[in-house]
Design a protein around this ligand. Sequence first.
Ligand SMILES: *[C@@H]1O[C@H](CO)[C@@H](O)[C@H](O)[C@H]1NC(C)=O
Ligand SMILES: *[C@@H]1O[C@H](CO)[C@@H](O)[C@H](O)[C@H]1NC(C)=O
Ligand SMILES: *[C@@H]1O[C@H](CO)[C@@H](O)[C@H](O)[C@H]1NC(C)=O
Ligand SMILES: *[C@@H]1O[C@H](CO)[C@@H](O)[C@H](O)[C@H]1NC(C)=O
Length: 438
Amino acid sequence: MAALIIRSPLLSILFYYVLATAVAAAAAAAASNVTSDEEYWAERAEEARANNRAAYVSDPIAAMNRFNTETLRATTRRSLRRYQGPCAATNPIDSCWRCRADWATDRQRLALCARGFGHKTTGGAGGKIYIVTDASDDEMIIPRKGTLRYGVIQGRPLWIVFARDMVVRLRQELIVSDNKTIDGRGAQVHITGAQITLQSVSHVIIHNVHIHHSAPHSGGIIRDSKRHYGLRTRSDGDGISVLSSSNVWIDHVSMYRCSDGLIDVVNGSTGITVSNSHFTKHDHVMLFGASNDNPQDRMMQVTVAFNHFGKGLVQRMPRCRYGFFHVVNNDYTHWQMYAIGGNKNPTIISQGNRFIAPDDPNAKEVTKREYTPYSEYKDWVWKSQGDVMMNGAFFNESGGQNERKYDQLDFIPARHGSYVGELTKFAGTLNCRAGKPC
Ligand SMILES: *[C@@H]1O[C@H](CO)[C@@H](O)[C@H](O)[C@H]1NC(C)=O
Ligand SMILES: *[C@@H]1O[C@H](CO)[C@@H](O)[C@H](O)[C@H]1NC(C)=O
Ligand SMILES: *[C@@H]1O[C@H](CO)[C@@H](O)[C@H](O)[C@H]1NC(C)=O
Ligand SMILES: *[C@@H]1O[C@H](CO)[C@@H](O)[C@H](O)[C@H]1NC(C)=O
């Protein structure tokens, strides 16, 4: 507040009047009618459900096959040769943009590059470029112009970029509205302190940022969009929390050491891709489906591709409930307990990954079924195809033996796991310079 420079005394009085009124109204709302915020979010969830239904695909095998076909095509010797020199895009997402010297002046091209279940995600495409110039995060109700929080609550599509290297220390969860891209290319941007929340929204891209040391917060009055602010209860300290949202793409992020999960996808969210990212130093990595009591998570369709699950990870890469999960061409170099797990009959298709088991003889199994007897989980469709198993790693398959629906003959094989080193070579944040291929 003190840093705000307002030259006209009249404007200044007006500004403080508006602010005081907002704070008073919010406090009154919080004291007397908390349920209006609950109603607001219930309404938002209801609206989001229509978008989520539209993002859901009735034939996930076809979507999976399309992903694999594109990867095979983009990684033939011939197409890889085209990207030699300073640029070395090694998978179809990267080869869509990284080898172009004009990425900084044509940033929105990225919106064409998503693959997998989140492939339709356009983020802030079609909107203006908004430049974050101010790393602070002091105002939760009327965020200051120039901050990240000001950008993410705007009511129109916006492509958010950063003026320089910066560390944005969030004071409370950052609530992102529809049609936004957070694009950290060209700078080293760290987002820390609290979680990024995507609640009942669609079309969000989070790209090329470091996300770490997110902590829980007790909540308070926070603006979530141009037209609304209200009382938020506790946030858990996830890295990114995706609730009842669709068309979300998380690409080239580096994530570590958050309080809760690194990425949670819950409450019927669908149409999601997590790609090219680097995860380290964390226990609960990714939770897809938070509760046995959320059968609406059957709609969940998530692609996890070209990621590197690295040093210091323990479990949940991911842990799944109910939905359909294509886990393809990832490099699993470290886990302490297990890599992929879940319960409540999720469908997990693991293709072309590399699994390097830890030395612990009790942690060689890639998979883990939580709290379920064999008599029940034998029917869950968990398939491994073209995965590379190292240091004693093994994937315990189940289900589908008699089920035409998941006959492996219907699967187009992914690029084999022996290529994973190449495919994930640039996982995590990149160091892009304007005017040069990245
Ligand atoms: C709380 O807010 C809702 C919706 O704005 C309204 O319908 C209701 O009457 C309010 N209740 C109280 C006690 O003010
Ligand atoms: C948000 O993006 C979607 C998909 O590109 C588009 O259909 C929709 O109109 C956009 N919303 C706004 C407010 O522009
Ligand atoms: C999650 O889904 C349940 C059931 O559909 C709903 O009641 C609840 O409001 C949702 N929560 C959020 C945060 O969207
Ligand atoms: C693998 O799964 C089968 C059933 O599909 C089970 O009988 C067996 O114990 C499992 N193996 C290990 C090592 O967990």
